[in-house]
Design a protein around this ligand. Structure first.
Ligand code: ADP
Ligand code: MG
Length: 320
């Protein structure tokens, strides 16, 4: 099967007949109709086999996660998803694998109402690049550079589930068996993250700054702090935990997993205290206050005993 057959068989049908897509897959470019009076928000992410996922992982999960991760960037900006393109690099054409991949992609695309409109298909080590486009009301996107001293730092959902799943998968052998429903929950948090799109859209009205958590709270909040020229204090006691996380982490690993663990894909939102109750009401997945923006540069952690310790504000770095 050549690349054109791959495109026709697995991806062409994913383009819907939607009035926003004047021309979809099959020409040199797609033609898109943006909503009048809106700004476009665009983001690109690459997931590499062996780095962001294992090549042996379920192909449907690889596709689902690749798209979910891109959607999470739109969620952070408060943008509504519209279209995406897929650049897929494959070592070989394996029909069963491609079928699963296309199913996982379609599932995520349908759930979050975003349309595949183009891409590229090449041979090489397995890699998935998604370019995604959303729309925002001009001036209302939640950027990284607007946090102010006194703002609350809030996160949606729970932290550390994906990091715990990864560590449990890695040390599976020889340890006491883990309750399967809890492990399944943690693995779904790792393999099929939920982009917080509704929350991101709703919270854009209150947020002074926002970012999605892909590389751990400390590192990602660090980007907000640098771009907003301020510092922060985090409260160790208030990091939100899922029941599975509380049950299965070792106490001495909790804070590291919740501040340095990647792949949460929750939103970290800074907002003035007076807006917190309204913001909470708009977050069915939960919204927890985890800290406060301070004028003094740097990131600090207030521990359970009330001590304040410095926390390095960086996450994973590809070229370190
Ligand atoms: P070009 O030679 O103009 O780069 P290609 O031969 O790469 O075009 O692709 C043909 C058409 O198929 C284009 O419309 C492109 O956007 C689309 N396409 C290629 N690969 C994919 C893919 N993996 N998923 C969706 N659309 C794709
Ligand atoms: Mg091409």
């Amino acid at each position: 099967m050549d690349e054109f057959e791959v495109i026709r068989r697995y991806f062409q049908d994913l383009t819907p007949s939607d009035t926003s897509v004047a021309l979809g897959i099959g020409d040199d470019c797609c033609l898109l109709n943006p909503e009048p009076g809106r700004q476009l928000a665009m983001s690109t992410d690459t997931l590499l086999a062996g780095r962001h996922f294992l090549a042996s992982q379920d192909a449907a999960d690889i596709a689902y996660k690749s798209l979910a991760v891109s959607l999470s960037d739109l969620a952070a900006m408060g943008a509504r998803p519209r279209w995406f393109s897929l650049a897929l690099t494959l070592p070989k054409v394996e029909e069963a694998w491609l079928e699963k991949f296309a199913l996982g992609l379609a599932e995520c695309a349908q759930r979050f109402a975003v349309s595949l409109v183009g891409g590229d298909t090449t041979r090489g080590p397995l890699a998935v690049t998604i370019n995604i486009i959303g729309s925002v009301v001009p001036g209302q996107a939640s950027r990284r550079d607007g946090a102010k001293p006194g703002d609350l730092i809030c996160v949606t959902g729970t932290l550390g589930d994906a990091a715990l799943a990864l560590s449990l998968i890695r040390e599976k052998s020889g340890r006491k068996p883990v309750e399967s429903a809890q492990l399944a929950f943690l693995e779904s948090r790792l393999h099929r993250p939920t982009p917080r799109l509704e929350e991101g859209l709703a919270l854009a009205a209150f947020a002074s700054a926002a970012i999605d958590l892909s590389d751990g709270l400390a590192g990602d909040l660090g980007h907000v702090l640098r771009q907003s020229r301020c510092g922060a204090l985090l409260y160790e006691q208030s990091f939100p935990q899922s029941p599975a996380f509380s049950a299965l982490t070792r106490e001495d690993q909790r804070t590291a997993m919740q501040t340095r663990g990647g792949d949460d894909y929750e939103l970290c939102i800074c907002l003035p205290r007076k807006h917190f109750d309204s913001a909470l009401a708009l977050c069915p997945c939960g919204l927890s206050i985890v800290g406060e923006i301070e004028a003094e540069a740097g990131l600090r952690l207030q521990t359970a005993t009330g001590d304040k310790i410095a926390l390095p504000a960086h996450g994973y770095r590809h070229f370190e």
